[in-house]
Design a protein around this ligand. Structure first.
Ligand SMILES: Cc1cc2nc3c(=O)[nH]c(=O)nc-3n(C[C@H](O)[C@H](O)[C@H](O)COP(=O)(O)OP(=O)(O)OC[C@H]3O[C@@H](n4cnc5c(N)ncnc54)[C@H](O)[C@@H]3O)c2cc1C
Length: 402
């Protein structure tokens, strides 16, 4: 694996992928696999080995469409209904048709998914309708497994470069990008025949209700650079009114994860300890119920686990404190909060743009193409709704191969 050395001022390549989190590595990997002669560059402002939303905390594939459990048609219908019909169905359908192949490929990378005794994927029902959640007992190892594949593919990766602007030609076609080295502030101009934007969600647009600066649900490093750069290059954005807000643990940079505790009997409760949310899985409806409860004077709102058996709590702790976020256990301990004896106070995150969890993104078609020629987008910043990690991988694949 090579790096563009610091001090370089200009660089030419065939495909420039910006953002080395989830969609980006897959896009670069697929582009290189399709055309080994092509010069493919993966540019990341942190370090590809540890960066992005999957560097920690994946407890399952939220939206797997696996034969025997769900069909592409059923999935597309559900996403359409969930988005009041304001959705590019072709992109959702293509994802749904191909994500199973992606799961099999990830499985071959050594990423562990829950399987039953016959060796088949053991998919769980967590959403209102449909069965889509495939648990990952070792969700914290996804990035490591992916990074191993990138090394094998001998991709040209460059860390610590933050892209700031896209370059376009007189004809409006994409021509490359400008980046700044986050260590020595030198600029790099990369000329590219095509550019794939995979820079994640736009978190940190404001403060959460607690006023706590880092109370963001999204990966705190993703602050919408991709949205802004695409917009300045002339790309259409879509569904920005479908922004997202999320329940967080108060004063902690991380989700409360009632949906993780749900299958074990945990739930979101009001100040009287009563359940008021029909389904703890994230949806606009769930957030509306949350908001109504606060407005109705029954807040604050809590994650309630104190009624559960010790063994069940241990199991939940193992997921929340190991797979989900290792800092969470330390945080709760520091606050002297024990799930066995008290409820955990939640707050609402700041507003964010994220197609991965809601619907707002840079508009893309079913090939991950934006409205600017030669410019692609995949993952949380592209407009395919409720796409999560598997969508980032699958659409990254489409972009890389196109
Ligand atoms: C707390 C949390 C828990 C989640 N849990 C699950 C789960 O259990 N299951 C599931 O399916 N999905 C889950 N998701 C969603 C899933 O992780 C995301 O949808 C997916 O990983 C997004 O991939 P991405 O490539 O778009 O963004 P990321 O993986 O975040 O990658 C974006 C990358 O771009 C880089 N970058 C940003 N700006 C620049 C720039 N200007 N220049 C260079 N690089 C830049 C960032 O450093 C980062 O590495 C979770 C998300 C969060 C936040």
């Amino acid at each position: 694996m090579d790096e563009i050395g610091t001090g370089t001022e200009t660089f030419d390549c065939d495909v420039l992928v910006i953002g080395g989190g989830t969609a980006g590595p897959m896009a670069a990997y697929k582009a290189k696999r399709k055309n080994p002669e092509a010069k493919v560059v993966l540019l990341e402002k942190a370090h590809v080995k540890r960066s992005g939303a999957i560097s920690m905390g994946m407890d399952g594939l939220n939206n797997s469409v696996i034969p025997g459990y769900a069909t592409p048609e059923q999935y597309t219908k559900e996403i359409t209904v969930a988005n009041d019909g304001i959705v590019n169905q072709a992109a959702v359908y293509r994802y749904a048709q191909n994500c199973y192949e992606m799961i099999q490929e990830l499985d071959s990378f050594g990423i562990r998914f829950l399987k039953d005794e016959t060796g088949n994927f053991d998919v769980k029902k967590v959403h209102h309708i449909g069965t889509y959640v495939l648990p990952m007992p070792n969700g914290d190892t996804v990035k490591k497994a992916l990074y191993r594949q990138l090394r094998k593919a001998r991709l040209l990766m460059t860390n610590r470069y933050m892209a700031t602007r896209l370059l376009t030609g007189k004809d409006g076609r994409i021509a490359g990008a400008i980046a700044v080295n986050t260590r020595d502030a030198t600029f790099l101009v990369i000329r590219a025949k095509s550019v794939i934007l995979c820079m994640g969600a736009a978190g940190r647009l404001g403060l959460p209700t607690s006023g706590y600066l880092y109370g963001t649900y999204e990966n705190a490093a993703n602050s919408g650079d991709g949205y802004a750069m695409a917009y300045h290059a002339g790309a259409e954005l879509s569904n920005l009114e479908c922004y997202q807000i999320n329940p967080l643990i108060k004063d902690y940079n991380g989700p409360a994860c009632a949906y993780v505790a749900g299958p074990f009997g945990g739930f979101t409760a009001n100040s009287e300890g009563m359940r008021f949310i029909e389904c703890d899985y994230w949806s606009g409806m769930m957030m509306q119920e949350f908001y109504n409860e606060l407005q109705g004077g029954k807040g604050p709102v809590f994650l309630k686990l104190d009624h559960l058996h010790e063994k069940t709590i241990e199991e939940i702790e193992s997921t929340l404190h190991n797979v989900e976020r290792p800092t969470r256990g330390r945080f709760q301990h520091g606050r002297k909060v024990d799930y066995r004896h008290e409820m955990i106070e939640m707050h609402i995150s700041e507003i964010g743009f994220c197609s991965g969890h809601s619907a707002s993104g840079v508009f893309v078609d079913e090939n991950a193409r934006t409205t600017v020629q030669g410019l692609y987008a995949a993952g949380d910043m592209a407009s395919v709704p409720h796409n999560y990690m598997l969508g980032a991988f699958t659409n990254g694949w489409f972009a890389g191969e196109d």
